[in-house]
Design a protein around this ligand. Structure first.
Ligand SMILES: N[C@@H](CCC(=O)N[C@@H](CS)C(=O)NCC(=O)O)C(=O)O
Length: 93
């Protein structure tokens, strides 16, 4: 199970789109960045740079922020969408 902290922005949506494509179970925690919720102490424990998106993988304990890093992590976790090495990997980055 992946915990996803996000809001309705492109950076938030791209992670939820990938989670759907990967068919990974996830739970969304809405962080209303128009209302200052990104500065809440509980959220800062997950995302110290006070930005969405952020995830915690309950299976591994991995906590990540930055949408690109999250997407690479999820692709490598499932072995989908991101070739392991070399030119094929560079072409999709
Ligand atoms: N480089 C970051 C950018 C994250 C980002 O800018 N998030 C925005 C929403 S799209 C945010 O949380 N803004 C709140 C703030 O800066 O206070 C990523 O790709 O995840």
């Amino acid at each position: 199970m992946i915990d996803l902290w996000a809001w309705t922005t492109p950076n938030g949506r791209k992670v939820s789109i990938l989670l759907e494509e990967l068919e990974l179970p996830y739970e969304v925690h809405a962080v209303d960045i128009t209302n200052g919720e990104q500065h809440a102490p509980e959220f800062l424990k997950v995302s110290p740079n006070n930005k969405i998106p952020a995830i915690v993988d309950r299976e591994t304990g991995m906590a990540l922020m930055e949408s690109g890093a999250i997407m690479v992590y999820l692709a490598e976790k499932t072995g989908r969408f991101l070739p392991a090495a070399g030119e094929p990997r560079y072409r999709v980055m």
